[in-house]
Design a protein around this ligand. Structure first.
Ligand code: AP5
Length: 232
């Protein structure tokens, strides 16, 4: 019998490496990657009124209002691929009200990952980040430079990736992070497993090393689930 699909949330400051880890985790576990920031950027690209309003907030590093974000994420989580394969939710929830809304719709994660990285490193990562519009891959001019000249020539930068805007995003993050964490601190106590809110704060690790640590936690989670279901 196929076990329940995995449901994971990943949280962390701007440029803490959420997108990078999501690429690696989804590749390994076949989960559907749902990034609130990517959904919003797609909405902007569509030219809709919601997209226009979202951009005004994103330009200032503020949270986009719940009335735009909540249903957008809920609809994506409710699609068949997410329900069947499991999901990896990136950059949501960012406030207690967003967490409450999702819980109200019946979405609870099995694992809540928090990436913690010191602030000076975050700014360096934001400023050096580049994106490949063809493959969607995330690069860094210093830490993960493009493989070929051809890729290097087509890299783009996000509109909110300046030092000034990153500092505003960081401020918003710092104002909300504790509220969000407190909503997931007890994920497991209720379900009689060991604790599965996982904080990782070794900023000097390479992406593959961060993945290895996440992987250990995910394996442990899967093992506990198997044990729990076989003892029923
Ligand atoms: P969003 O797009 O989610 O941006 P963010 O939270 O600021 O996070 P980033 O995408 O900047 O960083 P990341 O953690 O994914 O890092 P990455 O892997 O790219 O949100 C944008 C905006 O949308 C928000 O400001 C807000 O306005 C709005 N929004 C989004 N969600 C919302 C919500 N729920 N509610 C309301 N508003 C919302 O890595 C960064 C760089 O570092 C890369 O160059 C990478 O190559 C490099 N790097 C990664 N890992 C390592 C490593 N281990 N060592 C060295 N370099 C590394």
């Amino acid at each position: 019998e196929k076990s329940e699909p995995l449901k994971i949330m990943i949280s962390g400051a701007p440029a803490s490496g959420k997108g990078t880890q999501c690429e690696l985790i989804t590749h390994k576990y076949g989960l559907v990657h749902i990034s609130a920031g990517d959904l919003l950027r797609a909405e902007i690209a569509s030219g809709s009124e919601n997209g226009r309003r979202a951009k005004e907030h994103m330009e200032k590093g503020q949270l986009v209002p719940d009335e735009i974000v909540v249903m957008m994420v809920k609809d994506r989580l409710s699609q068949t691929d997410s329900e069947q394969n499991g999901w990896l939710l990136d950059g949501y929830p960012r406030s207690a009200s967003q967490a409450t809304a999702l819980r109200g719709f019946g979405f609870q994660p099995d694992l809540f990952i928090v990436l913690e990285v010191p602030e000076d490193i975050l700014i360096e990562r934001v400023v050096g980040r580049r994106l490949d519009p063809v493959t969607g891959k995330i690069y860094h001019l210093k830490y993960s430079p493009p493989e070929t000249e051809e890729i290097a020539a087509r890299l783009t930068q996000r509109f909110d990736d300046t030092e000034e805007k990153a500092k505003l995003r960081l401020k918003t993050h710092n104002q909300n992070v504790r509220d969000v964490l407190s909503m997931y601190d007890d994920i497991t106590i209720k379900e009689h497993r060991s604790k599965f809110t996982f904080k990782l704060n070794h900023s000097w690790y390479k992406p593959e090393e961060v993945l290895a640590q996440i992987d250990t936690t995910v394996s442990k989670l899967l093992q506990q689930r198997n044990t729990a279901s076989s003892s029923l």
